[in-house]
Design a protein around this ligand. Structure first.
Ligand code: HAM
Length: 409
């Protein structure tokens, strides 16, 4: 089958119909985040591999198994970004954003890449909307961010939303806990999966994400970080919960929530929908107080989240297709120049208009008007007179061609 190419495994084309649904999510997010003082940032689609190793973490699934990494022609190791936070923090440091008024609130939208086994809601190229507030440790920010994502998902009309919330403490308070958890895992070594056993030292907390039943049974009894928080971590977390309670945001405290990236400290959260199958996470995030310094920047505690656009689309109720244009101009051959002139005039007046570009008969043009969802069709007759047809009622009335724009405005 020469010339029959397909999009690579785990990727997809966004066709026009789907693209309109995506645009609605984009507009809702852009609007919501702008109202909350977040400004748009765009970072490159690829970064130095080391950036993700340092931030996402070398023992995570993302870095170990899922990155699209290659050498460029200069022998540098490059990786297609698997997430947004690392690049945004790199940009924060590179551009000296710590000198701006803090926190710096940024949001991003774009494609991300993970080499995962494709299935419903899980792709190798997917899209995220991402929000970050860098430069404050105030629990107000954690709460603000959870509320924003909650508002976004609910505002889009997603139902069956659950919010899981936990705290992972700071690196210091977690060190003692990790030892306790490692000892527990070793004591139960015979019951846990090979994958978890291999990572007892490097990443013991990943055990909470294991899928196999036997490991899950062990983890149900395992000590939880949420019960080992230092006084400061606990009071930070209590403040976050207080703000969420006052805002009426419902959540489940879930000490098994660990997230698959290494940079988190204190608050972590994840939104799920029961409208989704196995890949239930709509989006998630949390606080990452040490990451900016880890990347060579100043101390800049931060918090953020990302939501998956494809997951949101799957969870959304089906919507009717939006009209392509609101006005269609039907004209016989000898009047096509006037049809084009009228379309141009209407477009310049801010009205979506199209005309036949495929030499259809008038009957064929009326069908085309239906297909593009036009509310009104301007029918130009052979003698240059014109009628306006309301496409839902079928009613028609005469109109002067040079007054159509005025009539429709
Ligand atoms: P994450 O949980 O890895 O977090 O990804 C966020 C969301 O992206 C997921 O909840 C899911 O909706 C979507 N997603 C992830 N992988 C795939 C995939 N293979 N196919 C489709 N959708 C996917 C992060 O990426 C963090 N950077 C979030 C964050 C920002 N934390 C702090 N700031």
């Amino acid at each position: 089958m020469a010339g029959q190419y397909q999009a690579p495994r785990g990727t997809f084309d966004v066709l026009p119909e789907e693209s309109a649904r995506r645009a609605r999510i984009y507009v809702a997010a852009a609007d919501l985040l702008a109202r909350a003082g977040y400004e748009r940032i765009e970072t490159p689609v690829f970064e130095d591999t080391e950036l993700f190793e340092r931030s996402v973490g070398e023992s995570t699934d993302i870095v170990r198994k899922e990155m699209f990494t290659f050498e460029d022609h200069g022998g540098r190791s490059i990786t297609l970004r698997p997430e947004a936070t690392a690049g945004i923090c790199r940009a924060y440091v590179e551009h000296g954003m710590h000198k701006l008024a803090q926190p710096v609130k940024l949001w991003a939208w774009g494609p991300f890449f993970r080499y995962e086994a494709p299935q419903a809601g899980r792709f190798r190229q997917f899209h995220q909307i991402d929000a970050e507030a860098v430069g404050t440790d105030s629990p107000l920010v954690d709460a603000e961010q959870v509320i924003l994502l909650d508002d976004l998902l609910r505002g889009l009309g997603i139902e069956g939303i659950r919010l899981r919330l936990s705290s992972l403490g700071t690196a210091d308070s977690r060190a003692a806990y990790r030892e306790e958890l490692k000892a527990y895992l070793r004591a139960n070594e015979s019951e846990i999966s090979g994958d978890v056993r291999e990572r007892i030292d490097a990443n013991p907390m990943r055990a909470f994400d294991a899928d196999d039943e036997s490991t899950r049974a062990v983890m149900a009894e395992a000590p939880r970080m949420i019960d080992r928080l230092s006084d400061e971590d606990a009071s930070h977390f209590a403040e976050v919960r207080g703000h969420l309670d006052r805002a009426g945001v419902e959540y489940e405290l879930d000490g098994t929530l660990v997230r698959g990236l290494d940079y988190y400290t204190r608050t972590v959260f994840e939104f799920e929908s029961d409208r989704l199958g196995a890949q239930a996470a709509l989006g998630g995030g949390g606080r990452y107080d040490g990451l900016v310094a880890e990347l060579g920047g100043p101390e800049a505690p931060a918090c953020g989240w990302a939501a998956g656009i494809e997951r949101i689309l799957l969870a959304l109720p089906d919507a009717e297709r939006e009209p392509v244009v609101s006005v269609f101009i039907a004209a016989p051959d000898e009047q096509r120049d006037r049809a084009l002139a009228l379309a141009v005039e209407l477009r310049r007046a801010g009205i979506g208009a199209d005309l036949d570009l495929a030499t259809r008969s008038i009957k064929g043009q009326m069908k085309q008007a239906d297909r593009v969802g036009a509310a009104t069709t301007v029918i130009v007759d052979a003698d240059g007179s014109a009628r306006l047809r309301d496409m839902s009622s079928g009613e028609q009335r005469p109109v002067e061609l040079d007054r159509v724009a005025e009539e429709l405005a």
